[in-house]
Design a protein around this ligand. Structure first.
Ligand code: PGA
Length: 249
């Protein structure tokens, strides 16, 4: 069965001491918690210090982004190899904020996914439609395109480590969550797509997270849906009490 998977995306928040303090409290609270996979994605600067705290705790570390090239003259960028070296097991790739503010297109995201996997990082691959796209009835065609292009040239081996996060852009940071039924409709669609592309074995084990204004009050409703395996949490993952309530929904 797919274990509930709760990931916190801290975005551009927390200094090293703040991140370390949070991680210590998380380790204290989640020790012995076997029924969940818990992942946190601090900013780059705090990764290594947080990795030290998480060691042996069963809580996993993620990066929020990486460069699609393995190394080279790319001033200001961070490579998959560096992130694995810092202790990351996961990397968030294709987040809508990267797509919107940094112009990341499906082909770059495809390269990033491949690079992450080649360095042993498990991608958390984000997809989702904007409000306009939803209102124009294009949700499923946008999802189709993002999955097709993002996973271009992925075979059944490449796909194994990939976690998918469905994050409707209109629900991110807006306080406006998709209803459990709205989210399930798209999650079911994504799982069917994976089945068609890679077979039922893959679609049955593929973890599909929901993201967009998840909080301690709406998590359990979302988690009752058959194809929602967990959450990618932004704002509500910054406060330890709120994040723990989400983990222990
Ligand atoms: P939010 O962000 O929970 O603050 O809406 C989710 C995300 O961006 O992954």
């Amino acid at each position: 069965m797919r274990k509930p998977f709760i990931a916190g995306n801290w975005k551009m928040h927390k200094t090293i001491p703040e991140a370390v303090d949070f991680a210590r409290r998380l380790v204290n609270d989640c020790t012995g918690l076997t029924g969940r996979r818990v992942v946190i994605a601090p900013p780059f600067t705090a990764l290594q210090s947080v990795a030290e705290v998480l060691k042996g705790s069963g809580i996993h570390l993620a990066a929020q982004n990486l460069h699609d090239k393995p190394a080279g003259a790319y001033t200001g960028e961070v490579s998959a190899r560096m992130l694995a070296d810092a202790g990351c097991e996961y990397a968030i790739i294709g987040h809508s904020e990267r797509r919107t503010h940094f112009g990341e297109k499906d082909d770059v995201i495809n390269n990033k996914l491949k690079t992450a996997i080649s360095f042993g990082l498990r991608p958390i691959f984000c997809i989702g439609e904007t409000l306009d796209e939803r209102e124009e009835g294009r949700t499923f065609s946008v999802i189709d395109r993002q999955v097709k292009e993002g996973l271009n040239n992925f075979n059944t081996d490449d796909i194994q480590p990939v976690v998918i996060a469905y994050e409707p852009v209109w629900a991110i940071g807006t306080g406006r969550t998709a209803t459990p039924e709205q989210a399930q409709e798209v999650h079911g669609y994504i799982r069917d797509l994976m089945g068609k592309k890679y077979g039922e074995n893959i679609s049955g084990v593929c973890t599909i997270l929901y993201g967009g204004s998840v909080n301690p009050d709406n998590i359990s409703g979302l988690m009752t849906q058959p194809d929602i395996d967990g959450a990618l949490v932004g704002g509500a993952s910054l406060d330890i009490e709120s994040f723990i309530r989400i983990i222990k929904y």
